[in-house]
Design a binder for this molecule. Structure first.
Ligand code: C6P
Length: 422
């Protein structure tokens, strides 16, 4: 195993501009002990750690530039506005959107989806209309549609998934009817790691004249995103899963759709003219950004994107694929361990159950070994029901993880097995 580890890391380190030791140096959080053991952070699907570039950007912003945006004529406000809008442009480039007016800052994926449900959804859906989602959605891509369904009388249609954890594309196509008004689908499953054939999903929906919202929360940090190539109508993601701050996220929407949507919230910055008789709204994207936004968050997210682009998304993806292969092979050797989610196309996530040992007990023992994983339903209760498990243990890897850390995870899981069999 050790020889294997060395050769793998050697080959990765030969990749230009990908030096794992140098990368790890950029993430201060990784360099600490937990319960007297070096931290092995494998909960990246929940949130990612922040590189120094992001931390320093936030520090710099609050030290020098802090001011409200779009309002003041003074220098700090101008600097703050300029940085905030520069971040929007970085995001536009990162996801290959046509215009910055299509990039709306939100609190995160959850708010982005709720925004579409309560604006586009309330405007376009009526009693009897149908919304297609899948069985592997995060609660954030289920509950907003259920709320909309209650308000409008629309119904949810759910695409089944296979035992491997893949989308049943044939069943998806059969779900369409004349009443289908929207598809809202996860690109990468947070619980299984499955990468859905989202381009095909969108193509098929468009043939039926139906727009598609893509939940890209777990996709942006693993895959290169091109919203124009995907032809996504809406694309939602969170900054904190992309090595940026919490509390900031993005909704991308095609301009022609956003233009016709009513505002989500009312308040400052989203208006053009207000009187007691009539209020007119601001242009895109500000129409959807009521109130003082998370200015520092947006700027920090811009710094995260700069950092990622310096390394290169394709290098990250290759390395993470190697980590996943390595971990999957090691896990297959462990007796009584069942991996939930064996899709052919997966990101670096391994969800597993271990006989009848409760995932929370496993998570607690792993924590004692310094290994941070998530144990629970991962906000995908219907998916847990589909696989007839109450919960799973989920190890999710980022590009700053190492093969040696996977060895530590495997050793820690063996320890769990020892504890429960002795
Ligand atoms: N998943 C996880 O541990 P927010 O909370 O708005 O940043 O993201 C919500 C969300 C939406 N869709 C998917 C596919 C997600 O994975 C998440 C967040 C975390 O899996 C926290 S529950």
């Amino acid at each position: 195993m050790t020889t294997n580890l060395k050769s793998r890391e050697d080959s990765v380190m030969k990749t230009p501009s990908f030096d794992i030791e140098k990368i790890r140096e950029e993430f201060p959080t990784l360099h600490q002990e937990v319960h007297g053991k070096p931290l092995v952070y494998l909960d990246n699907a929940a949130t990612t750690q922040k590189p120094r570039a992001v931390i320093e950007k936030l520090h710099h912003y609050y030290t020098w530039d802090n001011a409200n945006i779009h309002r003041g004529v003074h220098t700090l406000s101008e600097r703050s506005t300029q940085e905030y809008e520069a971040a929007r442009e970085k995001i536009r480039q990162f996801i290959h959107a046509k215009k910055t007016s299509e990039i709306i800052f939100t609190r995160g994926t959850t708010e982005s989806i709720n925004l579409v449900a309560q604006t586009y959804g309330r405007e376009h859906l009526q009693a009897g209309d149908e919304i297609i989602i899948s069985h592997m959605e995060h609660h954030s891509n289920i509950v907003p549609w259920q709320i909309l369904a209650e308000q409008s009388g629309a119904q949810l249609k759910v695409v089944p998934i296979t035992d491997q954890g893949e989308l049943d594309l044939e069943a998806y196509q059969k779900l369409f009817s004349k009443r289908t008004k929207l598809v809202s689908m996860v690109y990468v499953s947070n619980s299984l790691g499955t990468v859905n054939p989202i381009k095909q999903v969108i193509e098929f929906a468009h043939q039926a004249g139906v727009p598609v919202l893509v939940d890209g929360a777990q996709a942006v940090n693993h895959l290169s995103i091109d919203v124009q190539d995907l032809d996504a109508d809406f694309f939602a993601f969170s900054g904190h899963k992309l090595f940026g701050p919490t509390g900031i996220g993005v909704l991308y929407g095609k301009e022609q759709l956003l233009e016709k949507m009513p505002p989500y919230q009312g308040g400052g910055d989203m208006i053009r003219q207000v009187s007691f008789e009539k209020t007119t709204y601001n242009d895109l994207p500000y129409k959807f950004e009521a109130g003082t936004p998370h200015i520092a968050g947006a700027i920090g997210l811009g710094a995260a994107i700069d950092y990622l682009q310096e390394i290169g998304m394709s290098h990250l993806a290759t390395y993470e694929r190697d980590l996943l292969d390595y971990a999957s092979k090691a896990f297959e050797q462990l007796p009584d361990l069942k991996i939930i989610g064996q899709a052919k196309d997966k990101t670096s996530v391994i969800s597993f159950v271990l006989k009848d040992i409760h995932p929370h007990d496993i998570g607690t023992i792993l924590d004692r070994e310094g290994v941070a994983v998530r144990a629970g339903h991962h906000c995908t209760m219907p998916l847990m029901q589909r696989f007839q498990v109450p919960a799973t243990v989920r190890a999710s890897f980022a590009f700053y993880n190492t093969f040696e850390e996977i060895d530590k995870l495997v050793e820690a899981v063996k320890k769990v097995q020892e504890v429960f069999t002795s």
